[in-house]
Design a protein around this ligand. Structure first.
Ligand code: F6R
Length: 615
């Protein structure tokens, strides 16, 4: 949700910032802009509606050469995507420029008072007020840039990741953060980098500092890195080593990040379970649970919070935890939970699920739960992001960077981690017969190989996609563990192909959606041979009797659904509880291929952004 990147150091900033913007484009891509301070002291700003490629062709060959610069790629909140609303924004006297990710909640009040004091604001954004405010503090006080930013931000309510450059301080970046992510990179050549996440930094340095809420940093080629809080406490920077590799954020020969990430799933699931399952000892080890065992042992309820695909992983977890841990579970959209005066008890355990670790609604829901003393456990992918830092304990999914806007490998890694959690708690509580537990952990350990077998069917799925790619609607049906997969399959299709799709519990179809079925409607049944298989076969017959173009995702060797469906995709046999890890994969591939056939921008679907940092 807006990406920001900045550089100061011995080299020209422009190529570094543009490369960084390309890496961050998955966060927002409706306009882009760049600002530099040139050797002659001029502050140059170029910005353009559209993608980073539109910005670079707008700039053409006359690229800036200054060694301090910053760039922004926007996902519009206040004001439509256009050249004026694009960042960077300058102050009144062209002295400084800012880039901002987040929302300034009191911008209207600040804007009004700035106008009364004679400021002319050009854009409709909430962000522009920051440039004017900081410049005004500089002009009307004796404060230096670092202190002026702190002083200005003390008047601001809302969320920000902010970078400021100033003509009078041409060797210095000022960066500030509150509720929006910001990482500082420290180069060995004296350079500094600032970015929304580590992806633009990784090719330059592995040494990073994660800025905390209400901290302001000064990154100066001469005086080094200094951090203070808004209220002027000195902070000693803690340098971390980045663990991601450059290859993990590149396409590696695949046509799209999404396809690469779908095919990475055997490895990403392996990474999620590595070191946590011990087949010799017949046990699961999860430090984040063991360290707080009394919370889980005495939990009267588990509350699962997340948004979008992460919420779907939470729904799978509901089935897992109720089956194995035998603790009542409620799964909530984080965005709804916050606004309905929720009842949370101190003996509730809250699980917050998030790939990015930055989703604003999930973050805010965690804060609400913590206020009443609930124990909050995070299941997150991005190391060092806000949610893991806000939770009491947690487990990283270790899926590696996910760049495609549609979540794929992050989902299967979330489900793998949640499966281990449910099995571990169930085992510790003595709920699972030893023989079943041993079999389940062996099967989970073997899931990456089974996912490989599903991926081997990609050419066949491509053929099926051709049959369905002109559809305008689609229905996904599943029961039990496969109901959340029906929802996830439908979400994947609609977000990247713009085909309207609905996921339903198969039996609920009779209560309404069956009216939609005609000869043109693709109906995708997720129907492995599980506990509810017979019931689902009856539902398939009900659809077959009314037309519908039937695709079944079935267990290998299936006869009943196969005899009714127009197409089938087989998944290997496994325990009902683990089958979501397999059945979702062909649905990801199907959506991907249908979207490609429809000429859609798979990695950057319209109106979406990877990380939703606004509420
Ligand atoms: C869908 C998708 C979104 C995210 C949602 C939550 O493919 O990616 O629905 O799942 O925005 O994001 P995280 O998991 O980062 O909290």
């Amino acid at each position: 949700m807006c990406g920001i990147v900045a550089y100061v150091g011995p080299n020209p900033a422009f190529p570094i910032v543009i490369e960084g913007l390309k890496r961050l484009e998955y966060r927002g891509y409706d306009s882009a802009g760049i600002a530099t301070i040139e050797k002659d002291g001029a502050l140059t700003v170029s910005k353009k509606k559209g993608k980073v490629a539109d910005l670079t062709s707008h700039i053409g060959k006359l690229t800036p050469t200054g060694s301090i610069g910053m760039g922004h790629t926007r996902w519009a909140t206040h004001g439509p995507p256009n050249d004026i609303n694009a960042h960077p924004h300058k102050g009144a006297s062209d002295r400084l420029a800012i880039i901002h990710n987040g929302i300034i909640e009191n911008f209207a009040t600040i804007k009004e008072s700035l106008k009364c004091r004679g400021h002319n604001l050009a854009s409709e954004t909430d962000s522009e007020v920051l440039a004017h405010l900081i410049e005004e503090v500089l002009d009307t006080s004796s404060l230096g840039l670092f202190d002026a930013v702190r002083a200005a931000l003390s008047q601001v309510v809302g969320a920000y990741a902010l970078v400021v450059i100033d003509k009078k301080n041409p060797g210095r970046l000022i960066a500030a953060r509150k509720s929006s992510p910001l990482v500082i990179g420290i180069g060995e050549d004296g350079a500094y980098y600032v970015a929304s996440d580590a992806t633009p930094i990784i090719s330059h340095t592995k040494n990073v500092v994660y800025l905390e809420d209400e901290e302001v940093a000064s990154l100066d080629v001469e005086s080094g890195l200094r951090i203070r809080t808004i209220s002027n406490d000195i902070i000693t920077p803690e340098v971390h080593a980045l663990e991601i590799e450059l290859e993990s954020i590149e396409k590696g020969g695949y046509e799209h990040f999404m396809l690469k990430e779908i095919f990475e799933q055997p490895q990403s699931i392996r990474d999620s379970i590595r070191g946590r399952i011990n087949l010799q000892l017949g046990e699961i080890k999860m430090q984040g649970i063991d360290d707080h065992w009394e919370k889980w042992e005495n939990a009267s309820r588990i509350l699962i919070l997340g948004c979008g695909t992460s919420w779907h992983a939470g729904l799978v977890a509901e089935y897992l935890f109720e089956e194995f841990a035998r603790i009542p579970v409620e799964v909530e959209y984080a965005s709804e939970f916050r606004y309905r005066n929720p009842i949370i008890r101190p003996d509730d355990v809250v699980i917050a699920i998030s790939q990015s670790g930055e989703t604003a609604d999930t973050l805010a829901a965690i804060k609400t739960a913590k206020e009443v003393g609930a124990h909050v456990f995070g299941v997150c992918n991005v190391v060092g992001s806000s949610i893991p830092r806000e939770t009491d304990s947690g487990a990283y999914t270790h899926a590696g960077p996910e760049i495609g806007v549609a979540s794929t490998k992050a989902f299967t890694s979330q489900v793998a981690v949640l499966s281990m959690m449910a099995l571990h708690i169930g085992n510790k509580k003595g709920n699972i017969p030893r023989e079943r537990f041993t079999r389940l952990i062996a099967e989970l350990n073997n899931i990456p190989e089974l996912v490989e077998q599903v991926l081997d069917q990609a050419p066949r799925i491509d053929e099926i996609a051709k049959q369905f790619s002109k559809a305008e609607n689609a229905l996904y049906l599943g029961r039990g563990y496969q109901f959340p997969i029906a929802l996830e399959g439908a979400l994947k299709l609609k977000e990247i192909s713009y085909i309207h799709a609905e996921g339903y519990p198969a039996a609920e179809m009779k209560h309404g959606p069956i009216a939609l079925i005609d000869d043109d409607m693709p109906v995708i049944f997720i129907a492995p041979m599980d506990d509810v298989y017979e019931k689902v076969v009856s539902n398939v017959q009900e659809v077959k009797a009314r037309g519908g173009r039937l695709l079944g995702v079935v267990t290998e060797g299936d006869k009943d659904v196969a005899s009714l469906a127009d197409h089938i995709i087989e998944i290997p046999r496994c325990d009902d509880a683990l089958a979501p890890l397999l059945s979702v994969v062909p649905l990801q591939l199907l959506s991907y291929r249908m979207a490609v056939l429809r000429d859609c921008n798979v990695d950057q679907p319209r109106n979406l952004a990877k990380s939703v940092t606004v509420e």
